[in-house]
Every structure is written in structure tokens, then in C-alpha cells.
Design a protein around this ligand. Sequence first.
Ligand SMILES: Cc1ncc(COP(=O)(O)O)c(C=O)c1O
Length: 457
Amino acid sequence: MSDQTRFTLNETDLPKFWYNVMADSPVTPAPVLRPDTLEPVTPDFLSVLFPMELIMQEVSTERYIEIPEEVREIYKLYRLTPLIRARRLEKALDTPAHIYYKNEGVSPAGSHKPNTAIPQAFYNKKAGTKALTTETGAGQWGSALAMACNFFGLDLEVYMVKVSYQQKPYRRIMMETYGSQVFASPTDLTNFGRSVLQQDPNSPGSLGIAISEAVEVAATSGGKKKYSLGSVLNHVLMHQSVIGEEALKQMDLANEYPDVVIGCVGGGSNFAGIAYPFLHENLKNGKRTRLLAVEPTATPSLTKGVYAFDYGDSAKMAPVVKMYTLGHGFIPPSIHAGGLRYHGMAPSLSAFYDAGLIEAVAVRQKPTFEAAVQFARTEGIIPAPESAHAIRTAMDEALDAKKKGEKRVILFNLSGHGHFDLGAYEAFLNGKLEDYEHPGEAIQAAMSDLPKVSVLA
Ligand SMILES: Cc1ncc(COP(=O)(O)O)c(C=O)c1O
């Protein structure tokens, strides 16, 4: 049907396997290091924080890993997510480009995050874990894990970045409704939180600080609590591959194939989720889709950061990985896309960017919200500020196609809805949003505090 708008599949088409890009990676992954000795980590070290099945997925080079039936059953509450052709947006832009988006905002928690929260809670439950700890920025990840922990009968403590805790009280209430405990980070409950508050009692917090607090609580719990991370790690990105695996089939239904696939990047999971199955097609089946990661100018780890070994958190308790980083001590400006305020980037994505397999662009906050509002007024969906970065770039691609008189097939990931982000929209509508550029000189200062790694860098 030539005027079709929604491309939906049946429940029976729900993927049975996650795609693991590490099977096809043309780049050898750099080792993950212990933060204390800077020697490669062992499964024993990681097992303080994670259950063994997730550790095995983290290091796996198997191409496809079966999705457990218990996980698929919960995925069915919201998957397969629709692929939608943004015909009304195309018309408003008067572009020859075809714009498609995958709507992950239809999950009960409102974003792509349940795609990994559900399996992480499942594997922890199976391993006998009683409680999890985690951090959350915007609150999307915390809500997703809160929902998943509730489904599997696990307790959850969430360390929520203070600025988001203040900007988004309803996200906190959502997590509490699912039965979790939520703390504004930095807290006075951990050694690291207390040390941050001593230096700056008004610290707005950062994902790096919140991760340190959640890791500290799990690592000092005597095995009672494990830690769960919503992005960055290989297994997390792999769980998100259901997005791209579905999109491949749905683009087929639409009888088109994307010239460019776009996603916003915080730690990299929703972008990897939609892009890696298309990277597989590029690497193995001769396709040439451009894969474009979008970050805020306020936290431009790919476009302005340095590719180096760095700590995953501020307190230097999380493993050290080779990634594009702005430095683990970097506290990003309080932009509204809280989920994009992370100093680093997933190691696999960093390696692919370094190898020229993916591209990246940074966009400013105000043009991002202009795009979000235009999207809301044409397509009806109010996007999460994070996802609006992908929309901005999809629109820029469509306008560029118009300028060049080209038909271009654009696919982007709408990683979440913005129903809890209306404070940000209010600020935009009242002309109160500011643009932030990352101060280039901060990079030099941050680099002096990178770990001195001697292994094959
Ligand atoms: C809606 C939404 N999109 C994107 C992100 C960024 O994370 P990632 O790069 O792991 O997808 C977040 C993180 O909280 C988010 O909530």
C-alpha cells in the first residue's frame, strides 16, 4: 500500500535472538581493566557487581544469543514496537526524503530502557540476587528497572542525579509506584556521596557520581546486592538489538532500505540497538547505510572527547575501559536531556567510531527543542529531550536531501516519550532554554586525571 504509515508485525515476529555485534567486529576490543590495579578484569572481579550469565554475555563473541522465554513474555507487553513513516513531518519540511522512526516510547516505562532492564532483572533473579542498585539520569532507566525488578520480585535502590530528581519529581513517584527506593545523588548515604557534598554542598550531581554511589552500595553489601547499568556495556547494547532486528523486517515491509540510521547517544545503547543490526548488513552483506550518532554540544564525548582508557564513574570504582571520554570528573551542564549527560561512550561504539564505521554529530539544546516541538505538532508525539536530538538530526538530513534534490531514506530511533519532561518544554516555550558548548580547555584539564595504563592501549 503506497500511503501506508504504520508498519507493524505480529507477536510471532518478536525476535528470538539478540544480535551480538562483537561476533562481527573488525576491531579487536581493548581489555576492560580493574580500577585499582589497572590489570585486565577477571570474571571473579566482575561477579561482585553482576551475575555470571551477564558477565558471559559481556565477553561473548557468539553472533546470536537466545532471548529467554520469560523475557520474551514480558517483551510482548509492548513489542514489537511500531515503525512509522513520518509523512506529516515530511510534508511540513517539503522534503523528497522519506523519514521513518521506530517508536520505543510505547513501552510501559516510556523508553527503550526496558529492553535491557527486563533481561538484567531476569538473570539476577535466576542467580539468586535479592536486590539491585542503579543510577538514573533522566529517570527513564530507573523507571524501566523499577518495573522489571517488580516483575521479578527484586528490591531496587535508585541513585537519581540530583538535578533530574528536582526537575522530574513524577519520574521519582513512578519508580516508587513500582516499589523502588529513590535517592537524590549525591547522597549522604555513601562515602563517595559524602565526599562530593563536602566539596560542593550544591552539587547538581552527574551520572558518573550516581554510578559511583550505586556501585559502592552493591560492592560493600557482602553479596546481598548487585549493580545494574542501563547503557555502555556490551550486554546492554546487545539487549537493545531487538530494536534494529525488528526495524530490518519492518523496513522490508515498507519496501525500502535506509540510507542513514540515526540515534541519540548518552552511553550509546539505543543508538547501538537500532544501528548494529544495520552495521551487520554493512559488514557482511555489502550494504552502505550511514550510521549517525547524535550527542548534545554540552557533552560531546565523540566529537570533542579523547579516545583513551578512563574510569566509568567519578569515584574510580567502576572498571576502566577504552572509550571516547570527556574525563570521569567532568560534570556536564544541567541540560534537560539528562540521559545524555555521561562523560564517556560505550567501548564498542567508541571503537567503531574510531575505525570510521559510524559517524557522529553534536547538536545544541535550543534547535533540538525546536525540532521536538515541530515533531509534536506534526506527528503528535511529544518526544523525550534525548530523542529530540535524533529528530533534530533526522530533520537536518531531510532538509539537506531537499537542498540537494535527493530522495533519501532516513530511519531514526525515537527512544522515548517526553511526558515527564514537560518542565523542559515549558522552559523552551517561555524562551528560557540556553545553549551550552563544552569548553574545549576542560578537556586538557580532564585528561591529566586519566588512568596511566600500560597494557596494549
Ligand atoms: C529516552 C532516552 N533516550 C536516550 C537515552 C540515552 O541513553 P543511551 O545512549 O544508552 O540510549 C536515555 C538515557 O537515559 C533516555 O532516557
